[in-house]
Design a protein around this ligand. Structure first.
Ligand code: ADP
Length: 328
């Protein structure tokens, strides 16, 4: 039997470079590996755990699917759909949440961060976020999960719950491991933390045109351009990281030498970086147009993906119901 791969992105807007390098590049690599069956979703139920706009949710979900397809996800090779169309996710999440303590969830750094961001919206669903994510993965008995490094604490929860279920009830959930990509941590343009949809000014979207990319990069913080030591943190370090990711290690080294010598001219660095980024995004944007012009095709892909996913999900739920002693 083929091993399964599961991953997803929250339906909170369009994909950015962090999602692309940290997650989608991994989705693509595994989709083309015949040893794996790949399932990629848009996590709309995860999206509603923080404040959201009900007028935009469905559109955001479609937008992420279109980004996926534009990047090269292929419905002939992968199951592509929206999480909420497969109700078994919440069904399994409820069962798993009966096996993990509130204290374990409250101590997660990701939960604490979200509480800081939305102090007036600390809901049960927010606390349960990692349990729903564990259900997403375990439902398909996935053994590989292509996600960025920020998701490692959540994956640990999934492993813990899976192990617990196997020991207590005799289920056979495999241990899910993170599939690591070169861009597992794409830094923010603000000079602080990771690139994220929820932080304004931190990201470049896959749909950004050349001028927008230039403008966004021009706002990234820098320094005088020279010094005794190349910075390891902050705006300059982040720019150099982006240079490495999009232009390669050699160009990064070139700038590091400039920093230690005559100085970097950031205007030139940013213009060159903008060009490299746009070169990578241009074909994706062209492909996206095809799907933008054919919304019924996108909806069909989502619907058919859900049907395929529900077959696998239904099998797992039958097993789980049995093992935990629910009525037959
Ligand atoms: P965001 O944090 O922008 O809301 P999500 O939480 O929806 O993004 O994450 C979707 C996927 O993209 C996850 O696999 C996550 O690990 C990855 N990801 C998000 N931001 C980054 C980043 N800056 N660098 C690398 N991977 C990232």
């Amino acid at each position: 039997m083929k091993k399964r791969v599961f991953s997803g992105t929250r339906a909170t807007g369009r994909l950015h470079l962090g999602n692309y390098l940290g997650a989608v590049k991994g989705y693509l690599e595994l989709q083309d590996n015949p040893d794996y069956e790949t399932i990629y979703m848009v996590m709309d139920l995860h999206a509603i755990t923080t404040p959201y706009d009900k007028e935009k949710l469905a559109e955001n979900t479609r937008n992420v699917v279109m980004d996926y397809l534009a990047c090269g996800l292929d419905p002939e090779k992968s199951i592509i759909t929206a999480q909420s169309l497969v109700p078994e996710h919440t069904y399994l999440a409820h069962i798993l949440s009966s096996e993990i303590t509130v204290a374990r969830m409250q101590h997660l750094p990701t939960f604490k961060e979200k509480v800081k961001q939305h102090p007036d919206h600390v809901t049960m669903a927010l606390l349960n976020y990692p349990v729903l994510m564990a259900a997403d993965i375990l439902l398909y008995k996935a053994s590989l999960v292509p996600v960025g490094i920020d998701q490692e604490p959540h994956l640990e929860v999934a492993r813990e719950i899976g192990r617990h279920m196997n020991e207590k009830f005799g289920t056979d959930f495999p241990e899910p491991k993170r599939f690591v990509t070169k861009g597992e941590y794409v830094p923010s343009l603000t000079g602080e933390g990771k690139m994220s949809k929820s932080v304004e000014g931190s990201f470049i979207s896959l749909t950004d045109g050349s001028e927008t990319i230039k403008k966004k990069l021009s706002g990234a913080p820098t320094d005088s351009g020279r010094g005794e030591k190349v910075p390891e943190k902050g705006g300059v370090a982040n720019l150099l990281q982006l240079v490495e990711l999009f232009e390669g290690l050699e160009n990064r080294k070139k700038y590091e030498e400039q920093y230690l010598g005559d100085g970097i001219r950031y205007g030139e660095l940013k213009a060159e970086l903008a060009e490299f980024i746009f070169k990578e995004l241009e074909p994706i944007q062209k492909q996206r147009k095809v799907y933008e012009n054919d919304p019924s095709l996108v909806d069909r892909i989502i619907r058919e993906g859900a049907e395929k996913a529900r077959v696998i999900a239904g099998e797992t739920m039958k097993e789980v119901r049995n093992k935990i002693g629910l009525i037959k």
